[in-house]
Design a protein around this ligand. Sequence first.
Ligand SMILES: Cc1ncc(COP(=O)(O)O)c(C=O)c1O
Length: 422
Amino acid sequence: MERVRLSSLLDAGIETPFFIYSAAQLAADWQAYAEAVAGLDAIVGYAVKANSNPALLRRLAGFGAGAVVVSDYELRLALESGFAPQQMLMHGNGKRPRDLEAALRAGILLSVDSEFDLEQIISRATALGVTARLLLRVNPDIDPQVHPYISTGLLDSKFGFAEGAVERLRPRLQKLSSVEVVGLHCHLGSTLKSVQPLRDAARLLAVLVNELRRDGHPIQILDMGGGLGIDYSRGRDKIPTPDEVTEAVRPVLDELGLQLFLEPGRSLVARAGALIGRVLGVKDNGRKHFVVTDASMAQLIRPCLYGAFHSIELLEESVAGPQLAFDVVGPICESSDFLGQGRLLPTPRPGDGVIIYDAGAYGFAMSSRYNLHLGCAEYLVDGDSLRRVRTAETFDDLSRHFSDEPISVGTRQPSARPAARD
Ligand SMILES: Cc1ncc(COP(=O)(O)O)c(C=O)c1O
């Protein structure tokens, strides 16, 4: 990775598995967005959910990125990493009171997902005496053609207002205080392989922009979300560029004089990261060959959750044996614990290094402690320099949270709410 030989980390006895990130790849993927919005009134808000390691956040903030958050802690980490509140947005279909409180106090943009969301924003903003700047999240019922778990643009998804719902809301929106509707937001889904759905969505939102402007709302922002995929096959798939994204929505921006807000996550950090593991052993059961590594679904859940493909290689091929088709699996006690199936690889030896590519997004961010394989370390490479940017979780970190304290909830009379069991 850059000028660091990855197997040297294993030779140095560094514990596996670990995630490792390339500063140069991060900068290059940011540059692609910076060039795509050059000359446009635009904010490129990094979706912190993809990877919240502060070392990456600080670099992205330093490049001039904004930030898109879902929770109070993502917001806090983003602010502490140097993102400017004016370039930040909180979205979410279920904002908890603590998330909303933090967003309103920080004065960042809020994306409204539903009528109950709107009501809680109004009441909280009124209580705090602030005016919340809102984007209405619209669900345009457009199929982004991605895995159903990461598809958010169809009406069967839990996100956003249907078009008709915005229409019905218009009279109410005109009478609101403590909030200002300044834009529209949509996010169709993740791992997009075409910009056509974005083009269609922008067209649809343009109609709503005109209607809301006629109602007197100062609509300035068109937030087209994130979702741009990457080529996980490393060569087979043709994925649009950030440039093609902005070109797809530029006619609407120019026509209506709107500021563009984009929310990339994956396409900014996925390629920069890799998951590194050690081979524990090789086996076959007469039907399949397996490479068992210490890296697993506890670090990278995407293969089993979405059936996602990640390229896998040995760190050093020179020493390996004959090529065979292997399932690359982890040590977690689940048959869903695989990182790749039927992969043609040279037969490794125990201790050899394995690299799972493009694991910078939705890797560590979605990792678990299954079988008490605790959070692993993260490293950052910059040229020939190597930094640890997160230490691995220890048993002490885990056990610090174990407790056995008596909790008294008082003996107040049960509330008037009907008993569930009836
Ligand atoms: C509202 C919203 N914005 C942005 C993103 C980032 O998406 P991606 O990482 O695919 O760019 C997501 C993720 O799904 C999202 O739900």
